[in-house]
Design a protein around this ligand. Structure first.
Ligand code: GN1
Ligand code: MG
Length: 361
């Protein structure tokens, strides 16, 4: 099948095709043609039911950026020989291809404050540049993706009617997650608050969705499948979730999970270096909440999937989604313990910025 895809792009059929990256949803390969390298992806249509929505969103945002910020580097798909962004192969599925950015690399776990600052700045920059883009015109590529209320409902259903044996094994995690329902209640307030704006949001701001150059400068953001209207808590929250701990969501040894204050500071400084003027006071006050929101949602999603027989995320070993839940739950506990300290860090950055913005007498 891949050969058929390669030929629609005019790539050599002798290209080297190797699996690439760590994504959980789509299949990704690096294609080494005689002349160029590419990233090829097969879209998981079990999850993205309308792959053409992704292409439409990326296309309309790319056109906007080209007019308003022509210098901004936005990675768009390679066109097929007949000018299409998306290839459909009968009895197989949808594919799309991106150029492989020369001398770029990704980072799976933030190694230092500098990388974190760069990544957070890149995600903040994207939302800032699109502040006047009509976010409501974007297609919803995944309905209710970060709707925590619905994710909680799905969790309740799974804990009542999922696999019995797995429900028993998850007893303590279920209890703990139920005890944190206040995070859902806060989200419900956000949804109806005028102080929280719907903006163009990336919705998958893991550090490995930023390309870095050899000097560790951020080049651009990637993985634009979930570029949709959303709240800033999704983007800041997923950065907190994935940058601040020193190990990722696959770590099974909970004692290895620690949160790094210097990384949190870099993240807040990087994101706010772009987004400070865009965010309302209420939004700024929810910076740390964003982390709780995303970690909690991810814990619920992993556990729901475990109870439902791993139908969404799949698993490479029997209890993977249970371990992932335990990992995210531990992370949530650590963040809650540091909430006050981290909120003070954000307040200090905000104060510095507001002083700097005031003209001196
Ligand atoms: C999925 O496939 P990947 O790794 O880009 C998921 C995210 C989760 C992430 C957890 C469409 O993203 O929401 O945060 O796994 N994407 C979708 O690793 O469900
Ligand atoms: Mg993704």
């Amino acid at each position: 099948m891949i050969k058929e895809v390669l030929s629609t792009y005019g790539c050599s059929l002798n290209s080297i095709v190797i699996p690439f990256g760590n994504g959980l949803i789509n299949d990704t390969w690096k294609v080494e043609d005689e002349n160029n390298n590419y990233i090829l992806q097969k879209i998981n249509i079990g999850i993205f039911k309308h792959p053409e929505y992704i292409s439409e969103n990326v296309h309309s945002i790319a056109s906007y950026l080209l007019v308003h910020y022509p210098g901004y580097y936005f990675l768009t798909p390679v066109k097929t020989l007949d000018g299409k962004d998306l290839v459909f192969i009968k009895n197989d599925g949808y594919y799309r291809m991106f150029p492989f950015v020369k001398n770029s690399h990704t980072i799976d776990v933030a190694e230092n404050a500098h990388q974190t600052f760069e990544a957070a700045k890149k995600f903040g920059e994207l939302t800032k540049l699109l502040a006047n883009f009509p976010a409501q015109n974007l297609k919803i590529t995944l309905a209710d993706f970060h709707n925590l209320s619905l994710r909680y409902k799905d969790f309740v259903q799974a804990k009542d009617s999922g696999i019995k044996e797995r429900i028993e094994k998850s007893y303590e995690l279920i209890q703990f997650l139920e005890s944190q329902k206040n995070i859902v209640e806060e989200f419900e307030k956000i949804k109806t608050s005028k102080n929280f704006k719907l903006r163009v949001t990336h919705h998958d701001t893991k550090i490995n969705n930023v390309l870095f150059n050899d000097e560790e400068k951020g080049i651009c953001v990637i993985d634009l499948d979930t570029l949709m209207p959303g709240y800033f808590i999704s983007d800041v929250g997923d950065m907190i979730r994935t940058c601040v701990p020193c190990v990722n969501e696959e770590e099974k040894d909970l004692s290895k999970i620690q949160i790094r204050e210097e990384i949190f500071i870099a993240l807040a400084e990087g994101y706010l270096s772009e987004m400070y003027n865009e965010l309302s006071k209420a939004e700024l006050n929810h910076f740390v909440y964003a982390g709780k929101f995303m970690i909690y949602m991810q814990a619920l999603r992993f556990l729901t999937d475990y109870l439902n027989n791993d139908v969404y995320y799949g698993s490479t070993y029997e209890e993977q989604n249970l371990y992932r839940t335990a990992n995210q739950t531990q992370l949530l506990k650590l963040l809650v313990n540091s909430e006050k300290k981290f909120s003070n860090i954000v307040s200090n950055i905000v104060q510095q910025k507001s002083r700097a913005a005031k003209p001196t007498l």
